[in-house]
Design a binder for this molecule. Sequence first.
Ligand code: HEC
Length: 117
Amino acid sequence: MRKILFLPLLALSLALSACGEKKPDAPNSVKPVAALSEVAPVTSAPSNLSGKELHDANCISCHDSSKYTRADHKMQDFAMLSAQVKRCDANLGAKLFDEDIDKIINYMNDTYYKFPK
Ligand code: HEC
């Protein structure tokens, strides 16, 4: 008796899993543009966002801005700040464009550190 119930269930679960496998391909077959963005990372060109927007979108997952304003913050000059932002970008894995990184560095310096350049 139990075996008879089991077979339709097996067939159903096979059908469902096949369905699940198809899903990732769906956007590609609809628009060729979607396929292109699969090859290149999401950011395929420098953004037109401001330094603040770039910072707020990318840089507050590990720390917030209190790291920059704390009394014993580590950055001592503009070169150090610049190197740290690049290091954090590498940690992030976002690989932001140089133009966007420069905007973030300038935004952070103007807003928080105010080092002479
Ligand atoms: C993967 C986690 C991570 C991400 C994402 C990240 N950071 Fe950091 N960041 C750190 C760590 C860890 C430190 C060191 C904190 C400490 O010294 O306590 C740090 C420190 C810093 C400092 C130095 C603060 C000081 O002491 O003066 C700056 C500036 C900074 N991050 C900028 C950025 C910017 C800009 C981004 C976005 C591009 C970013 N971070 C994204 C992990 C991250």
